[in-house]
Design a binder for this molecule. Structure first.
Ligand code: NDP
Length: 606
């Protein structure tokens, strides 16, 4: 068979030419010039901040006096990143650590995101941090949010992190005090805390965003963002049973990973549900299962790290351990292997062909589940799998077979047109609703200032955002020249390290713990990355070898979304500066080498 025949639709089972054209036209119809600015930023001075960001529907805010004291390390954020960093610091013998957290308990994402159906999409044995250290094995292959939130509390207790943690507090400013070699951390509670080291563990999804739809402020009904779910209004709980919606007409805007998880519960409970969809998600099978107790009782020391490593390899196209043979994240890797096998490795553009095959299979699940072919067609994702965050759910698609659920396609108008006092306007029609649920996502890859939301001033009062005018500058994605003793834990490019965010952040946490304990044991007051070290990291590791892909491999040719900064990758950031695409294994090796040499290379010490 010659190479042309190998590409024929008969051999492949799909027509690459037709699919390429379809993908391009679906992308073009969604591109908006206002890209990131189409979203309403929820900074603390926004008129929407109190309702959608600062208020905590799960706990009353209590009064306290401001702290004016000093600690060795302040960790900003009490989610996975902050907790892992604090835990690894604790293991390295550093006890004087304070976590500052906006929520009323630990958990971060898993504190705030309690919407019905919330669940981890990476298998829990690899995703939940510190399982071996805390002696816990998750009950399910894919845990639900309440179990994950409980695990955050388990970590907090195990590592004694509650003792000095400060909750319900937003950091408002971080300033380097040159003479004292200390950071000053100010908060919305009037605190002025000093710290030798600051670890920014604010995570990837800490800032919700609203769609900047005209008229959004006019709506007179009820509304909330998915990460501040209002159970007082909906009734029920994370398991569903939203009885408060039995007589309500509800709209949900967005069909990303969050919406896919909560729409089944909304569909089950609401009198009428309108789902406003601009771009469909790819929805693969969940394949959840209860943990086998025998397997759990036979786990050997080191099992979790080993599993995380194997997951990372399988996801990035390496060997697939049997544990991940039916995992949705490895479907593409499996298809690459299968197609290579089927064609004797001769198919041109193998990865793209395997991606087409993968997405055809996922589109097939829609046909198999959704009865109305017109609705089914609207629910099919026409883009490469990692252009957008893949999702996994066994109940989402079936929800569109319900008579009380209507899918409203707003792709032609690049989103919902406007919001009125009474509801939502799409394609000229007004949908009157009692409640709007915003499943509109987070500032995950927005410009760094939007994402972090905290002014940070280093040596000479220079703003970190000015330092990053031409793109993010760091060494190892962790330390920044002119900002001594500051660590961007889980910031920069952790996403590039693989699908399992929790693995990448642990690698960084261990490295930060090593660095801080080493600095302490050498009596160092200030460790500043040299400009040359930053340059070297950027030029040698990112711009020549490591960089290139945007999140998850999404490029400018992808359908817009947060993975590719709404389709305009060059507009806000030099993405290569935030990208280490060689994967977590290579990153571990690189950091290990740096530590082995023991010279704290690239750091200017005082
Ligand atoms: P996303 O940013 O992925 O989705 C936002 C949704 O809002 C998209 O469907 C978007 O459409 C839609 N939208 C935005 N503006 C408009 C508009 N004007 N009109 C109509 N629709 C609009 O947010 P999510 O909260 O779903 O997910 C964010 C991330 O959080 C995930 O990608 C994942 O990393 C993480 N997450 C993880 C989970 C897990 O592991 N279990 C679960 C849930 C989330 P469009 O696509 O066209 O832009």
């Amino acid at each position: 068979m010659n190479d042309n025949n190998l590409m024929s639709p008969e051999v492949l089972g799909f027509d690459p030419e037709v699919l390429s054209q379809r993908y391009a036209s679906e992308r073009d119809k969604r591109i908006r010039n206002d890209a990131e600015e189409q979203f309403e930023q929820l900074s603390h001075d926004s008129p929407f901040a109190n309702k959608y960001l600062e208020s905590d529907p799960y706990c009353k805010t209590s009064d306290r006096s401001p702290f004016k004291d000093r600690c060795e390390v302040i960790v900003v954020g009490g989610g996975w990143v902050g907790m892992l960093t604090a835990a690894r610091l604790n293991q390295a013998g550093i006890a004087d650590i304070r976590i500052i957290e906006s929520g009323s308990d630990f958990g971060g994402t898993w504190y705030w995101n309690r919407y019905p159906g919330a669940q981890c999409d990476i298998e829990s044995y690899s995703y939940l941090p510190l399982l071996e250290e805390t002696g816990y094995v998750p009950k399910l292959r894919f845990s639900y949010a309440s179990e994950i939130y409980e695990h955050a509390q388990r970590i907090g207790k195990h590592f004694d992190l509650y003792k000095s943690a400060v909750f319900q507090t937003w950091v408002t400013e971080i300033l380097w005090l040159e003479d004292e070699c200390l950071w000053l951390i100010k908060t919305n509670r009037g605190d002025e805390m000093l710290a030798r080291h600051v670890c920014l563990g604010t995570g990837a999804a800490n800032r919700p965003r609203l769609p900047g739809i005209p008229g959004i402020e006019k709506f007179r009904g009820h509304s909330f963002h998915t990460c501040r779910w209002d159970y007082d209004y909906t009734g029920g709980g994370p398991e569903g049973g939203l009885i408060g919606l039995a007589d309500k007409t509800v709209a949900i805007i967005g069909t990303g990973a969050t919406a896919v998880q909560c729409i089944p519960a909304l569909g089950e409970s609401a009198k009428q549900l309108y789902v406003f969809q601009r771009t469909p998600s790819s929805v693969d099978a969940r394949n959840n299962a209860e943990t086998d107790p025998e397997w759990a009782s036979n786990l050997k020391p080191g099992w979790q790290k080993d599993r995380q490593k194997k997951f990372g390899e399988a996801f990035l196209g390496g060997p697939i351990d049997p544990a991940f043979a039916d995992d949705g994240w490895t479907r593409l890797t499996r298809n690459v292997a299968e197609l290579a096998n089927q064609t004797g490795g001769k198919v041109p553009n193998l990865l793209q062909m395997a991606d087409f095959k993968t997405m055809e299979e996922i589109r097939g699940i829609v046909d198999d589940t959704v009865r109305d072919p017109e609705i089914a067609e609207k629910l099919k994702a026409y883009y490469n799998q990692f252009c957008k965050r893949p999702t996994f759910n066994d109940f989402y698609l079936d929800t569109f077979n319900r008579r009380n659920v209507e899918l409203v396609d707003v792709s032609a108008t690049r989103g919902v047109e406007k919001i009125t006092e009474n509801g939502i306007v799409a394609s000229g029609k007004e949908y009157c609703v009692d409640c709007i649920v915003y499943a509109s996502g987070f500032e995950i890859t927005s410009s760094y200032e939007r994402r972090l939301g905290i002014p940070v001033f280093g040596i000479g009062g220079k703003s970190i955002y000015d330092h990053w005018q031409g793109g993010m500058r760091t060494m190892h994605g962790l330390m920044v020249s002119g900002f001594p003793n500051l660590f961007l834990c889980g910031g920069g490019f952790v996403f590039q390290l693989g699908a399992n965010y929790a693995h990448g952040i642990d690698v960084q946490a261990e490295h930060v713990a090593y660095t801080i304990s080493e600095l302490n044991s050498r009596g160092v007051k200030s460790a500043n990355v040299t400009f040359e070290a930053e340059e070297h990291w950027i030029a040698d590791q990112l711009e020549t070898k490591g960089g290139g892909f945007v999140l998850g491999g999404a490029s400018e040719t992808c359908t817009p979304g947060y993975y590719n900064q709404e389709g305009t990758t060059k507009r806000y950031r030099n993405v290569r500066r935030e990208t280490y695409s060689k994967g977590v294994g290579a990153y571990i090796k690189l950091l290990r080498e740096w530590r082995k040499n023991g010279e704290l290379q690239g750091l200017e010490l005082r």
